[in-house]
Every structure is written in structure tokens, then in C-alpha cells.
Design a protein around this ligand. Structure first.
Ligand SMILES: [Zn+2]
Length: 201
């Protein structure tokens, strides 16, 4: 029984991003060793996060309030919508403190390799937002990888009937780089130097 619980503990930790069986084992042992200082407070935080953090029903952000603090703020620019692949990218842009508009989290990038197909992306909710609210510009803040470009191409095609200016980040960005890894200055430059895309007919 004890052995199984420990094995399960290590197995779950090993599945966390960036970890494997070896680092999972090391982390498990560290947590057990630091029971008072780390394991117990962390266990409580995990329960609290599970109970309190929700996905924003409008944009897909994670927050303690519903809708999220960005969607419910009256101080944001309500004419601009920024399309990002993940909440990590949204948080990266927020750290840059330059962008003041709304966001829409797609939930990933199209990838045959990872099995991400159009139906996995939050496009119906994006169209619903464009139907219900007048945005003058949508900025594609997607990674300049093949997946990012394929996704941008697909979404732009999906939005061709909407009278909205489509822009993308300027690609001084490292190829294949995730937005989350960029420093805030680079991201701000990419945002300020954004390129308008022609609407395809
Ligand atoms: Zn939101």
C-alpha cells in the first residue's frame, strides 16, 4: 500500500511539464523531506487552486473571478481583440504592460503531429464575440512557427466575412519561439510593429 502510494506520487509528478521519471523521483523525495515547509502548504494551495480558479467563459483566461478581471475591466480598450494560443501567451503579453485590449485564447495551434484539429480551437466562441461586439482590429499574436502560421491562415479564412482589420505581430521574433519565452521588450516591439494583413476574399 505504502509503496503504491509513493509510486503513484512519483508517477503523477513525472507527468508535469519539464519533468520525467528521474526528476519526478527527486521532486517527490524533496517534498517528503520538506513535509512541514513545502509539502503541506503546497497540498493546501493545490486544493485552493482547484476550488477557486476557473476558465473565463468569455476569453478562456484563468482567474479567480468570472468573467476574468480583463474581460470585466472598464479600463481596457474595447475595440481591439488579441488572439493567442494559450493562457501562457496571454500572461506574457500582460507582463509586457503595453497591450490594453481584450484577448481570446484559442486553446492551441493546429498540429497534425500533436493531433490538434480545427474543432479543438475556440473558433465558435471567437465568432460569437465578433457577432456580439464590434471590434475594429484583431491581432494574431501567434508563434511564428509552422503551426502558428498554419493556424493564423486558417483563422483568417474563418473570419473573412467579418469587417475587421486583421494584424499579426511583426516577426522579428525568433522562429518557432513561444511567446512565453520572449522578454517583454521583444514582445512589445513585435506588438507595436504589427503588420496589417489583407483580408482574403
Ligand atoms: Zn476573460
Amino acid at each position: 500500500m505504502q509503496e503504491n502510494l509513493l509510486e503513484l506520487f512519483i508517477k503523477k509528478l513525472s507527468k508535469l511539464p519539464g519533468l520525467g521519471p528521474r526528476s519526478g523521483r527527486r521532486l517527490a523525495l524533496h517534498l517528503i523531506k520538506e513535509k512541514e515547509d513545502i509539502l503541506r502548504p503546497l497540498a493546501q494551495i493545490l486544493l485552493d487552486v482547484d476550488k477557486s480558479v476557473a476558465t473565463c467563459s468569455i476569453c478562456g483566461n484563468y482567474d479567480l473571478v468570472q468573467p476574468c478581471h480583463i474581460c470585466s475591466s472598464v479600463n481596457r480598450d474595447e475595440t481591439t481583440l488579441c488572439l493567442i494560443a494559450t493562457v501562457e501567451d496571454l500572461w506574457a503579453l500582460e507582463r509586457g504592460q503595453t497591450y490594453k485590449g481584450h484577448y481570446h485564447v484559442l486553446g492551441g495551434l493546429l498540429s497534425a503531429l500533436d493531433g490538434v484539429r480545427p474543432e479543438h480551437l475556440a473558433i465558435p466562441s471567437l465568432k460569437k464575440r465578433l457577432d456580439e461586439h464590434t471590434y475594429s482590429e484583431i491581432i494574431f499574436a501567434l508563434s511564428p512557427s509552422l503551426e502558428g502560421q498554419t493556424t493564423a491562415f486558417y483563422v483568417q479564412d474563418q473570419l473573412k466575412d467579418y469587417p475587421i482589420q486583421v494584424s499579426r505581430l511583426s516577426f522579428g521574433l525568433p522562429m518557432g519561439g513561444e511567446l512565453d519565452y520572449l522578454d517583454e521588450g521583444t514582445l512589445t516591439t513585435a506588438l507595436n510593429g504589427r503588420v496589417k494583413l489583407e483580408q482574403r476574399q
